[in-house]
Design a protein around this ligand. Sequence first.
Ligand code: UCC
Ligand code: FAD
Length: 585
Amino acid sequence: MLEDVEMPLARREMETLFQEQPKTGNRYLEDTLLRSYLKTHLPPKVLEEVHQDLERFGNRLQTEIQPLNWECELNPPVFQQYDAWGRRVDHIHTCSAWRRMKEISAEEGLIAEAYERRYSNWSRLYQAVKLYLFSGSSGGFNCPLAMTDGAAKVIESLGIPGSLKNAFDHLTSRDPGKFWTSGQWMTERRGGSDVANGTETVARKQPDGTYRLYGFKWFTSAADSDVTLTLARIADAEGQCTQGSRGLSLFFLRVRDEEGKLNNIEVQRLKNKLGTRQMATAELWLQGARAELISAEGCGVSAISNMLNITRIHNIIGAVASMRGMISLSRDYARKRVAFGKLLKDHPLHVQTIARLEVQARGAFLLMMEIVRLLGLAETNLASEQDRLLLRLLTPVAKLYTGKQATAVALEAMESFGGQGYMEDTGLPVILRDTLVLSIWEGTTNILSLDVLRSLAKSQGQVMAAFLSTVQKKLELASSTEELSPAVQRTREAIRSLRQFMEAAGTEQALTMELAARDFSYSLARIYTGALLMEHAARPDASPTDVCAALRWCNQELCPVAAESARGSYRGGAALQDSALVFGH
Ligand code: UCC
Ligand code: FAD
C-alpha cells in the first residue's frame, strides 16, 4: 500500500470526488401524496391505526428489508436437475433473503390484511398501500404475492369450499411457518394471450374424483410456490377434449408434497430473463400432476379472471411503486450532484424533466388508489352497481396505462443519474429491467385494450355510462376551484370528443373499435386520471402543487382516440396501410 505522503497530489484530489449515493428514507413518511390521500379518505380512527403501522413498516423497509432486496438480486435462484448420484431432483434453490421475504410477507399480513377485513372496505386499500411501499424493496417477492392474492380471491369467490379451506388458511396466514404462496400457470407454448386456443394441457379424471394433468407450462413464475391455479381441458371417456374457451376448466394443485417432492412435475429449465431475475420462472412438464377441479367444467377462463383482475391490480401497484421509487432517488441525487458549478436541483431544465415524471406518477398513484378503493367496496358489499362496473373497466385500463407510464418514467429517470444510472451496481438498471415486464405479463397492452372492449360489450353501454357520470361528478366538484377551470374545460371537451367518437364508431364496422382499442383505452386513462387529480386538487386543504399537477396533466392530449380518428387512423384503408408499412406491398 502506498504511504499517504507518496500519493501524487492529482490522485489525492481525485479521490475526494466521490459521487454521493442517492438514498430514500422512510418511504411512507416521505410520500406526501400518499399521506394526504389517506388523510382525506380514511375515517379518523382507521387513519390513526394505519398511520402508526405504516410509519413502523416504513422504518422496517429501510433498515431490514432493503438490504434483503439487494441480496435477492445478487443471489438469483439456481436450478439443480440432478443430485451428485445422478438422481433427478429438479430442485430450485432460492437464497435465504428470498425465503426471509416470504416470512416478512406473512408477518406484515401482506395478503392476510385484505381477507381479515379488520377495517371493512378500507382493508383492501390499506393492504395495497403496504404492497406499494414493499414493492420496490421486495426483491421480486411482490410477484408471488400477487398470485397468492389472486388464488385467495378465487377461492374466496367460490365460497371457500371445504376442500380448499386449508389452502385458503395457508394463503392468508400471518404465521411465517404456515404461509403459502401460489403460482398462476396460464401460458403454454402456443400462446399466452390466446389462452383459449393455446392451452393443450389435458386433465384426466381419476376414480377418486381428482384429476391428473398432462401438459407443458411454458411460463411459471415463482416456481418455488407451494400451490398453483392452472387451466386444462378435461378429457372425456374417449379421451376427447372440447377445444376453445369452452373446453377450459380451472384446477388447483399442490406443487410439492409434504416431503418437498414434486407432484409428478418435471422442471425443464429456468427462464433466462431480462429482469425479475430474483424470482424463478420455470418451464414445467406436468406428467400426471394430481389436481382438484375448482370451476364448473368449461368455465375456467371466467373463473381464473378473478385471479387475473387481482394480479393486474398488483401490476398497477408495482408500476406506481417503480415510478415513485425512481423519482425519489432522482430527487435525492439532484440535491447532491453538482454540474456546471451548481447542484442539479438548481438547473431548471433538469428539474423540469423530473417534474414531468412527477405529474405522471401522481396521476398513476391516484388511479391506483381509486381502483383499490372500489375493490374494497366491492368486497364488503358496499359497492353500487356503478362502482362494480367502474372497477371492471378501470382495472385493464390502469394496468395497461401504468405499465407504459412506468417504463417511460424509469427510462427517463435513469438518464437523470447520468452515466451512474447505467451502472449495474447502483441498482438502477435492476429497477428498469423489472419495470419493463409490467406491460407484458398479466396481459399485454393490446390484449388489455381488447379486454376494455370486452367489458364494454358485456355491459350494453352501462360501463361507459358509469365512467362518464363519475367523471362528470368529479368535474362538478372541481368546478368550485377557480384555478382548475382550464383543466375542467379541457376535460369537458375531451368527453365531448369521446362521445362523438363512440357514436361514430357505433355506426361503423367492428374493425374500427379493434384498431382504436389502444388509443381508446389511453383516452379513458387520461380522462379519468385527470378527473382524479382535479378532485384531489379541489380538497379544502389542497396545496398549490396539487392544482399544478392537475393542470399539467390536463394539458396533454386527453382524448387521443378522437384525434387519431379525425386523422383517419381507423378507417378501412388504414389497416391495409399499416400492413403495407410493416410488411411492404
Ligand atoms: O403473466 C402471468 C403471471 C406473471 C407473474 C405474476 C405477475 C404479478 C404482478 C406483479 C407485481 C408487480 S399469468 C398469465 C397472464 N395471462 C393473461 O393475462 C392472459 C391474457 N389474455 C387474456 O386476458 C384474454 O383476454 C383471455 C385469455 C381472458 C381471453 O379468453 P377467451 O376465453 O378467449 O375470452 P372470452 O371468451 O371473451 O372470455 C371467457 C369468459 C367470459 O365470461 P362468460 O363465460 O361468463 O361469458 C368473459 O367475460 O371470461 C370472462 N372474462 C373476464 N371476466 C375474460 N376476461 C375477464 C376479466 N378480465 N374480468 C372478468
Ligand atoms: P403472444 O400472445 O404471442 O403475443 C405476441 C404479441 O402479439 C404481443 O405484443 C401481443 O400484444 C400481440 N397480440 C396477440 N394477440 C393480439 C390481438 N388479438 N390483437 C393485437 N395484438 C395481439 N404466464 C403465466 O401463465 N404464468 C406465469 O407465471 C408467467 N410468468 C411470466 C414471467 C415473465 C418474466 C414473462 C415475461 C412472462 C410470464 N408469463 C407467465 C407469460 C405472459 O403472461 C405472456 O408472455 C403474455 O401473456 C403474452 O403471451 P405470449 O408470450 O404468448 O405472447
